[in-house]
Design a protein around this ligand. Structure first.
Ligand SMILES: [Zn+2]
Length: 152
């Protein structure tokens, strides 16, 4: 559990409001939905991706951002989906080959099958987008429900 001062919590909350607003506005402007990694139960640093925005946040801050995003996206009528984050960082976004060894380092992705190389985060973001698209198409209950806000 990370302890944060009242001042810092207030600052993070303001930041999360700004980040979520930017993501929702970007999605609305470009006619896109928002995809977010489903990180239930994962602690530590996580990555949220949507539109052009990308932010690394600690656990509680991420959950707050997810709640704000869900709220603002729903108000704006923008679809928001959760995707499974388990394989996004080790799957090739070009050929779909999934292997731990694809991830050469924290920052570098090189596919063992087709040789595609990219920044690891960028490759993962492409996978998340692809997952979200197929998720939307499938119209499964879990995907349609999006992110649950606290108390809903
Ligand atoms: Zn590949």
């Amino acid at each position: 559990m990370v302890r944060v001062s009242g001042k810092e919590a207030k600052f993070r909350k303001h930041q999360n409001h700004c980040i979520s607003k930017t993501i929702v506005e970007s999605a609305k402007r470009t006619g896109r939905g928002i995809a977010i990694e489903n990180l239930e139960g994962i602690r530590g640093r996580v990555t949220a991706r949507g539109g052009d925005a990308q932010n690394r946040l600690s656990g509680w801050s991420f959950h707050q951002l997810a709640a704000f995003l869900s709220y603002k996206a729903t108000l704006a009528g923008i679809p928001i989906v959760q995707v499974d984050p388990r394989n996004t960082s080790k799957t090739c976004s070009v050929c779909g080959h999934c292997e731990r060894g694809n991830r050469k380092s924290q920052a570098e992705f090189v596919c063992k099958h087709c040789g595609f190389s990219a920044y690891a985060d960028w490759n993962a973001a492409r996978n998340i987008r692809a997952l979200a698209v197929s998720c939307n198409a499938a119209r499964t209950g879990q995907c349609r429900s999006g992110i649950r806000t606290p108390g809903s």
